[in-house]
Design a protein around this ligand. Sequence first.
Ligand code: ATP
Ligand code: MG
Length: 413
Amino acid sequence: MSRFPIAADDASFHWRHLPSLCALFAAFRGEGEELRVVGGAVRNSLLGLDVGDIDCATTAEPEKSMEIGKAAGFKAIPTGFDHGTVTLVMDGHAFEVTSLRTDVVTDGRHARVAYGKDWAEDAARRDFTMNALYLDVDGCIFDFLGSGIADAKARYVRFIGDAHARIEEDYLRILRFFRFFAQYGHDFKEEDYQACIALQAGLAQLSAERIGAEMVKILQAPYAAVALLRLYEGGMLAGLCGTAPILRRFERLLVVEASFERVPSLANRLVALCGHSREAIELLARRWRLPNHLRDQAIRRVKLLPLLEERSCDLSLPWLKELAYHHGKEVVTDGLLLQTGKGMDDHLAGLIAGLDAWQVPDFELKGKDLIALGIPAGPELGRILAELETRWIASGFSLKREELLASLSPPSS
Ligand code: ATP
Ligand code: MG
């Protein structure tokens, strides 16, 4: 086992001074138990990346974790009590605290677990070496497998122990393997990749929700394109998606996103993965149990593509603003990114920058303004209002409220 102190002023680990985490450490220590942070928070901090949730491991059994948490003023939720996990919440920070455990019986997804006091055994039941690093209250990292820190820093995804055995315990690990590769994207152990390929039939044991949730994490990740390619080359992608997606468009979108320095949009990546087809999006959304709002966002983008295509030779900022007014700025910008095939194109870059800098205005005239002028409520009022809005849009959103009202001929009564 190796033990590495981190520098006291290491900014990547600043979160370890969170008052709620300090209270958590102190509460467990006060009851004669030990708690350490493990998993993504330690791994990402070593890589200088943002930290999401903070997972912890403890020598206390779940019931005692609940008691310690409550006594120290945390809200205690038995989120995964049967496999040792409770969630302790303070100041809006949720800590997933899992008792040190070994998996006694496994069935490809769920494990019957035994609690223990042995940190090395707990490390050995985790999935990848980069995920089995523990940070204690004094700022020391424990690397029980020996290669965890080096693997994390090299962004090298490697199963703990024999990959075949570890996958047969839990087939979700196949998808986690590609997820971490997609997120960190440098390399993986070739034998482990081959084990994923050999055991892919086990993916059928996973629920649609689990597959969908992991695939979405893969799609959003920085190195999603190469991870999907490896899934495809390993013969797994068609089974996961229900059809064989064409990766060319997905790869191109990621290149374009990078050259335009855009924050990736999951909905847009879905559109690209589905080959710009509404039908394919609907099928995939059903298969992966995607939330309706995500499916609808993707469909909104697809619907815009023919319009952009038609005007592709003569795109102008005023026209795009009009489109953005009706469909939303993000949707239009995403549509432009999907349309471009040439990476950084100066004209397009200028248009996107123009849209970014522009705030979609509100149409200020309301029905009551017209009623105040004596126009009676009813369908005619709606028609006049719509006409004024059209005029306002056609003016490049420049006509003022007063100018629009002045343009109305007095109502005949
Ligand atoms: P993220 O930053 O996305 O939260 P993470 O590594 O923290 O990544 P979690 O799903 O939060 O991933 O799990 C926390 C830790 O629990 C992992 O780092 C790993 O040690 C362990 N773990 C989670 N799922 C599994 C699994 N299926 N098999 C073995 N260990 C797992
Ligand atoms: Mg986590």
